[in-house]
Design a protein around this ligand. Structure first.
Ligand code: SAM
Length: 428
């Protein structure tokens, strides 16, 4: 397919997402099933246009003065893929599969408008109702912080120390251009792709099958390491598919005992195969809360990787940004309170509770922790600056609240997905 056909397909998919309120992954999959002739390069290019359009949807619409999916598609190529109007027109000329170009007046409007005159939430490309949350989180830096969530993400991997080391994996993946991550000691990164590019399918590699590495964002690796667990009894209370459980098992060198629990057994199911591939020997998986009862007051570390709105992962799932509602936020906050209430009981006196979200909204983060500490004054913040420095050998990143044991990672400051991490110790 040439660019015109790819752009037409992306516009059709954007219409489908808009009219039927469908998740982007499903819309792309359906398109692929009904267009089996399209090669993998075409699918990647089409997917990239769709994802890019959703990342900057509001500012594209404002600059084009149009909410039409076609305007979005053209805006992607002009603003994110480096085309000029003339270059794009020339490229699409004579391409019978190319979509009709928006009228010349749309391009003129686009050229005449200046984004710095748009309302702040349009500049930031987020739903207006979330502006106050971002202002609260980042003060005067809230627009660049929100914009940081609008870029393409890298592909991050975590080297599994139980089976390999960073050098070995870097060598095995040399042709991908992978490099060591800045902060996480076992992380390696393949840079974000440009234009129609796509990341290598690393899970098809023999080294992946052998358990040498996992796909995991550097922020998630950092969160797991900040638990500070090196042995003892560890409870991963919201283990899901086991991303952080695996990271903990590796950093603990298979010592101590990790208990991985999740209320949703379907989410938990893949953990068994993953643990096997990674060569872990210190993890017990639990799918019933009752199985955890003997652990009450016994755990050295309890990790709560809480259910959240996922605002920190908008680079990877930009459609969720536009589907998020105040009702969903309220629901996630209620779930967070439930898990905090249920999980803190397992921390032994002197033990630690680590609360993590992949969201940047203060009501899910600092607000949630403050309310928890009001209800449970026996939990006090740990020295997060010292923990960070001894773990990573650097100073705390820009958005941290050492007095309250909290740190926030963002694409703009740590070049990771957005994460919030609070570490507390139970005094009695
Ligand atoms: C952010 S995800 C966990 C991701 C996982 N830790 C990882 O690193 O791959 C949050 C998890 O919390 C689980 N969860 C939600 N409510 C829960 C509850 N009341 N008790 C235990 N787990 C819960 C969800 O099923 C979901 O898997």
């Amino acid at each position: 397919m040439r660019l015109g056909g790819r752009l037409s397909a992306a516009i059709d998919i954007l219409s489908d997402i808009e009219t039927r309120h469908r998740p982007v992954a499903e819309a792309l999959k359906d398109w692929g099933l009904s267009h089996r002739f399209a090669g993998s390069g075409d699918r990647a290019a089409i997917g990239n246009i769709v994802y890019d359009a959703l990342r900057l949807k509001l500012s594209h619409q404002w600059l084009m003065q149009s909410e039409e999916p076609a305007a979005l598609g053209f805006a992607v190529l002009l603003r994110q893929w480096g085309y000029t109007v003339e270059g794009l027109t020339a490229e699409l000329e004579g391409d019978t599969f190319a979509p009709a170009a928006p009228g010349s007046d749309v391009f003129e409007t686009f050229a005449a408008r200046n984004l710095s005159e748009a309302p702040p939430h349009v500049q930031a490309d987020l739903p207006e109702w979330l502006q106050s949350e971002f202002e609260k989180a980042f003060g005067e830096h809230w627009i660049p912080e929100a914009q940081g969530l609008n870029g393409r993400p890298p592909l991050d991997l975590r080297v599994n120390r139980l089976k390999a080391n960073r050098e070995k994996v870097l060598k095995a993946l040399a042709r991908t251009g992978a490099v060591p991550t800045e902060v996480a000691p076992d992380g390696i990164r393949v840079a974000p792709v440009e234009g129609a590019g796509r990341h290598p399918n690393v899970t098809a590699e023999l080294s992946f099958a052998k358990g040498w590495f996992e796909v995991q964002d550097e922020g998630s690796q950092i969160a797991a390491l900040l638990t500070g667990a090196s042995g003892g009894q560890v409870l991963d209370y919201c283990a899901g598919g086991g991303g952080k459980t695996l990271a903990l098992a590796a950093s603990m060198g298979n010592k101590g005992q990790i208990h991985a629990y999740d209320a949703d057994r379907h989410r938990l199911a893949p953990i068994v195969e993953r643990l096997k591939r990674a060569g872990t020997r210190n993890v017990q998986v639990h799918d019933q809360a009752a199985q955890l009862e003997p652990l009450q007051w016994r755990c050295d570390h309890v990790l709560i990787d809480a259910p959240c709105t996922g605002t920190g992962t908008w680079r990877r799932r930009p459609d969720t940004k536009w589907r998020l509602t105040p009702e969903t936020l309220a629901q996630r906050m209620a779930e967070q309170e439930t898990v905090l209430e249920a999980a803190h009981r397992f921390v032994k006196p002197g033990g630690e509770l680590v609360y993590v979200t992949c969201s940047l909204l203060p009501s899910e983060n600092a607000g949630q922790v403050a309310r928890f500490r009001e209800r449970h004054p026996e939990f006090k913040p740990v020295e997060i600056a010292a923990r960070w420095e001894s773990t990573f050998g650097t100073a705390l990143p820009a958005h941290a609240d050492p007095e309250n044991g909290m740190v926030t990672l963002t694409p703009a400051t740590t070049a990771t997905d957005g994460f919030f991490i609070a570490v507390m110790r139970r005094l009695s």
